[in-house]
Design a protein around this ligand. Sequence first.
Ligand SMILES: Nc1ncnc2c1ncn2[C@@H]1O[C@H](COP(=O)(O)OP(=O)(O)OP(=O)(O)O)[C@@H](O)[C@H]1O
Ligand SMILES: [Mg+2]
Length: 235
Amino acid sequence: MKDNLISLKNIRKSYKMGSLNLEVLKGIDLEIKKGEYVAILGSSGSGKSTMMNIIGCIDVKSEGMYYLNGASIDDIAEDELATIRNREIGFVFQKFNLITKFDILYNVQLPLLLKGLKKSETIEIATKYLEKVGLGDRLKHKPTELSGGQQQRVAIARALICEPEIILADEPTGNLDSHSGEEILKIFNNLHNEGKTIIMITHDEHIAMEANRIIRLSDGLIESDIQNKTSEKAI
Ligand SMILES: Nc1ncnc2c1ncn2[C@@H]1O[C@H](COP(=O)(O)OP(=O)(O)OP(=O)(O)O)[C@@H](O)[C@H]1O
Ligand SMILES: [Mg+2]
């Protein structure tokens, strides 16, 4: 239990829809250790994003216990939770969620500016991360002037900029062609090799095979949770 970065105990989530109580997560038990690379598979509506949003502290559970780094989420004050969300967790979404009116350098600088770093420092660090994802020659481009794969790489640079321990990616290759998808998976493999903990939602069995562990969700419950030996090739 002690070396678990993430520990969910009987997590339930339900939404009240008028008189109806819609149960989306029905008792999730899950432990993830530091440095694991986990893929989450499951059909549409099975509760994948809901579970990931709870793990990322952008949504709250209805019942159960969630321990992050050994501490119960219930004991963490809201402002401290906001800090954890911003600094410990990097989010990558299917739709990139970049700010289209700003150039990509500024998009990646933003989390550091919000953190209170000096402008010159933010430029230096953001440039380094954009170089890391192969976009060092596109700094002044706006997101709409880039391909989908390039935009997703910007989103990854932005997710990494505060050096989070955990990367949460919800269908990161969902909007990409297979070549761009491969590029993103390569970046994730590198991050995994650097020791980051990665949790990636995907619809695609083939993509899930990149991870070391594959969890299947079905109707709000974990249906299977297996170690994936074949991913060793990628390491
Ligand atoms: N804010 C909400 N209010 C009410 N119901 C919701 C809300 N968010 C999600 N749901 C419901 O919870 C269920 C699970 O949604 P979730 O987004 O977690 O599924 P998913 O597995 O990520 O699906 P997909 O693969 O389509 O993204 C769905 O039936 C959805 O309608
Ligand atoms: Mg989803």
